[in-house]
Design a protein around this ligand. Structure first.
Ligand SMILES: [Zn+2]
Length: 274
């Protein structure tokens, strides 16, 4: 074969090779894109959520019966001083891992409050609203005759029915609700352990001290911890599905919109919980 014949043949072969390579690579790319696993990997820790749980409006508002809902499970009395407490199964599994780790470090976690339904929150709220229960030593009904001011005062540490994260089965109060406890050695040891370790198990503190990143909402609650692989999803669903028309059926409900409770309280949480 002479050189004059060889050159065009080599060029033709090269063009065919490039074309075949380019077509097969395009196929490779599209196959990989189509086969991406549908896992949500939470980039705040190694916690992986394999499926999205879509809550109904009723569930987001706490209109659930955790004793009969298969998504929930009863908390063993080993972990709580009270009977009849429930959490979502995923939250409970993560809590038990955190409990074991804390115990190895000489700290015993116990759950004071877990899932609360709309009606349970309504009782708590209305007892304060009506003055039946005193709140920080005050009869709120007489101290705060203005309804908006009364709601705002209760909202220092208590949620309006339909707006509590405790409705979702992802949130819990641990060890002590007393501010003074967290100034003791035991309280400091507990809180330091939680801030250093809870995120390894998927837990965050929604109500940190108010600052520029969380200018409104509840006061700091060092006892309230949330299982964010689920609660961050439920918070998003709350934002999309719940309106002020849904926040009714309790004393003082008319103040919810005036206070802008969805933006100023429900959505005003630590960035690590969002
Ligand atoms: Zn709480």
């Amino acid at each position: 074969m002479n050189n004059n014949f060889k050159k065009p043949f080599i060029h033709f072969t090269l063009v065919v090779i490039i074309l075949v390579f380019s077509i097969s690579c395009q196929n490779c790319t599209s196959t990989n894109a189509d086969n991406k696993p549908e896992k949500k990997i939470n980039n705040k820790s190694s916690v992986v959520v394999s499926k999205q749980i879509a809550l109904s409006k009723e569930s987001l508002l706490g209109k659930v019966n955790p004793a009969k809902d298969t998504g929930f499970t009863a908390i063993d009395q080993k972990y709580s001083s009270k009977k009849g407490l429930y959490l979502r199964k995923e939250t409970y599994a993560a809590f038990r891992k955190m409990y074991d780790a804390a115990l190895k470090d000489g700290i015993t976690l116990y759950i004071i409050s877990a899932t609360r339904t709309f009606n349970e929150q309504k009782n708590i709220w209305e007892n304060k609203w009506s003055g039946k229960s005193s709140y920080y030593g005050k009869n709120i009904a007489t101290s705060y005759p203005d309804s908006v001011e009364r709601s705002k005062f209760i909202l220092s540490y208590s949620s309006m029915p339909g707006t509590s994260r405790h409705h979702w089965g992802t949130d819990m109060d641990l060890n002590s609700l007393e501010l003074s406890y967290y100034k003791t050695d035991a309280g400091k040891k507990l809180y330091n352990w939680l801030t250093a370790n809870a995120s390894k198990y998927g837990f965050c503190q929604p109500y940190t001290a108010k600052d520029n990143s969380r200018p409104t909402g509840y006061e700091e609650e060092k006892w309230h911890w949330s299982y964010y692989p689920l609660s961050s999803i439920f918070l998003q669903q709350y934002k999309e599905k719940i309106t002020y028309d849904d926040l009714k059926g309790f004393a003082g409900w008319q103040t919810a919109k005036k206070i802008n409770i969805i933006n100023n309280y429900v959505l005003s949480v630590n960035i690590k919980c969002q």
